[in-house]
Design a protein. Structure first.
Length: 205
């Protein structure tokens, strides 16, 4: 889901050297990944009133505005920093659009999509544990996605989050640990517990 890291590091070095074109290249090469993240995480009730592309544009603008601060203190890899900007933007958006429902949407955001790349489809087939499923078929993919979303939204927030990070954002175990501010061992244990629970939920459906 996220662009290859070595090219990002090269662009960051060029940005540090004052290359203005590198700024645009750095932001633009992450645009599609942010679009997928927003589409995956956006509440459907809000998506009916707010275009995901507008949210993506807001995130890209904020990243450009704050890029010098990041360059000065890169506490996270660039894609994880950008991911956090996007998550913060969506939390703020959900709060503003759904205040009347009086619920903590920053802690409870149902998953609405799994993305549209082949790797996500392959991961989905593996999670559903059905060797006969063929993710290349659009109708099968749709049925798989519906089954998965129904199951994953039965998990609690922390379980759902780590499943989505590992399988559909394609973050590594170490990256997930960074995002969650946990040790790799603790993040790995959370992932295994969530995976077991998801398997049980799917098996009961």
């Amino acid at each position: 889901m996220w662009p290859e890291g070595e090219k990002t590091l090269n662009l960051l070095a060029e940005v540090r050297g004052g290359d203005g074109e590198a700024v645009n290249a750095l932001i633009d090469r992450h645009r599609d990944a942010i679009r997928r993240l927003v589409q995956m995480r956006m509440d459907q009730a809000i998506a009916s009133r707010l275009d995901a592309s507008d949210v993506v544009q807001d995130v890209m603008f904020e990243a450009s505005r704050r890029l010098n601060d990041y360059i000065s203190d890169p506490a996270l890899p660039f894609h994880l920093w950008l991911r956090q900007l996007a998550k913060d933007r969506m939390i703020d958006m959900h709060r503003r659009h759904r205040t009347a429902q009086r619920r903590s949407v920053d802690r409870e955001q149902p998953v609405s999509s799994i993305g549209d790349d082949d790797r996500s489809a392959a991961d989905l087939a593996q999670l559903l544990q059905d060797a006969e499923l063929t993710p290349a078929a659009a109708n099968v993919r749709r049925e798989m996605e519906e089954q998965f979303l129904a199951a994953v939204n039965q998990l609690n927030e922390s379980e759902r989050e780590i499943i989505m990070m590992r399988h559909f954002e394609h973050l590594s175990s170490a990256e997930a640990a960074q995002v969650l501010n946990m040790t790799p061992a603790a993040a790995g244990m959370r992932y295994m517990r969530a995976l077991r629970k998801l398997s049980n939920v799917i098996g009961e459906s």
